[in-house]
Design a protein around this ligand. Structure first.
Ligand code: AMP
Length: 394
């Protein structure tokens, strides 16, 4: 990585504002149900503690749309962080209000303050310079460790870097190393697997990956746009009509570049979008009018898992079917299992695929599971992430 990290700057005894990604799921009792993102930020926090820094943490949680909403408070996260670090956390119930200001003013070496949800201010997502300046005024140094929001140019991810020296935390370093190495220095054969519903989100990714990979596997709802582009009738399956032309262009480009694209050869189609729908397995050439493909079929599972078994690097983003419903989870499970059993470098690009890998119990077997779905997708697309671009160069 060509950006300075927290190790390249003297943080001893300094006030350090750390943007973390504590956007964790909460249940109705407002308890943290998955602490992965909190745990992912610990190496940076522990390093800063070892340097006696004065640590001011800030994060967003959910989409409160610029106003205080108790269900989006970071208070439960402060409690969980206290347990994980086994030390007291001062939780400030505002961001640029009197509580935060007092807490930051009185902070001592080796202490931690967690500010309330930065998205309680609409200025955050607008990257308002005054808001960013106020946040920056709390500290001598800014450390960005929120990989999950690096693709957003917000006040607390990019704006603050205009006012104080900004460096990367260890999580961002790790994410960029794994994703960057896979793209720039892959052990071959390198296979990318893409799925999910929104084909438009992934056109740019495929376009970039065609220049890097040996083959691309396309499953999930997005596959039907490609199948339709190739002339298949796909019944009521998800199709993005506007992306049909682009899909054809990509198939052509892949052929010119000698990159194999593998599409489903069969599907599990359902008579309605429902966990208890009637289902049947059909070859993609014979999909039924009025039915919709909600998972890849058994022949496709074999085809895709064979390709995964012979790969040396696999990057995966997007489920193979509506895995949230057990009837349509088999394809996603098969891909997760094949990756888990493979000796290859296996990288999960966050979001739904990361959730699926955890649900199916394969998380420990992967080389790297990204904490940022949107951010890793934009990285795979070859875009510069604003939260990374704002950091000091090495
Ligand atoms: P995305 O945000 O584009 O990665 O899409 C993820 C969503 O795609 C998940 O919620 C899946 O349920 C959904 N999905 C996967 N396969 C299909 C399909 N064949 N038809 C409809 N939705 C799908």
């Amino acid at each position: 990585m060509n950006k300075k990290t927290v190790k390249d700057i003297d943080v001893c005894g300094k006030k350090v504002l750390v943007r973390v990604d504590f956007n964790v799921p909460l249940n109705e009792k407002r308890e943290v149900t998955d602490e992965t993102r909190i745990v992912a930020a610990l190496p940076t926090i522990e390093y800063l503690l070892s340097q006696n820094a004065k640590i001011i943490l800030c994060s967003h949680l959910g989409r409160p749309k610029g106003e205080f909403k108790p269900e989006f408070s970071l208070a439960p996260v402060a409690q969980r962080l206290e347990k994980l670090l086994n030390r007291k956390i001062t939780f400030a119930a505002d961001v640029i209000g009197p509580e935060a200001k007092a807490a930051v003013e009185n902070i001592k070496e080796g202490e931690i303050v967690l500010l309330e949800n930065v998205r309680f201010h609409k200025e955050e997502t607008k990257n308002d310079p005054d808001f960013a300046k106020q946040l920056a005024s709390y500290a001598d140094i800014f450390v960005n460790d929120a990989f999950g929001t690096c693709h957003r140019a917000h006040a607390s991810t990019a704006g603050v870097a205009d006012y104080i020296p900004a460096v990367a935390g260890f999580l961002i370093g790790k994410e960029l190393d794994f994703l960057g190495n896979a793209l720039e220095n892959p052990v071959r054969p390198f296979v990318a697997i893409l799925g999910g519903a929104k084909v438009a989100d992934k056109i740019g990714v495929i376009n970039n990956l065609i220049n890097k990979v040996d083959s691309i596997i396309i499953g999930g709802g997005m596959a039907y746009t490609f199948l339709k582009a190739k002339g298949n009738e796909v019944g009521d399956s998800l199709v993005d009509e506007e992306s049909i032309g682009l899909s054809l262009d990509l198939l052509k480009k892949a052929e010119e570049k000698g990159v194999d694209i593998f599409l489903p050869v069969d599907a599990i189609e359902a008579d309605k979008f429902d966990a208890n729908a009637k289902t049947q397995v059909v070859p993609v050439e014979h999909m039924s009018a009025g039915w919709m493909g909600l998972d890849i079929g058994p022949a496709t599972r074999m085809l895709f898992t064979d390709k995964i078994r012979t790969a040396k690097t696999v990057v995966w983003n997007g489920p193979m079917g509506v895995f949230e419903m057990e009837a349509f989870a088999e394809g996603t499970r098969a891909v997760a299992k094949a990756m888990a059993e493979s000796e290859a470098v296996t990288i999960i690009g966050g979001g739904d695929s990361a959730a699926a890998v955890k649900i199916f119990g394969y998380a420990d077997a992967m080389t790297h599971i990204s904490t940022g779905g949107g951010a890793s997708l934009e990285f795979l697309e070859g875009k510069e992430l604003p939260g990374v671009a704002a950091l000091l160069d090495k």
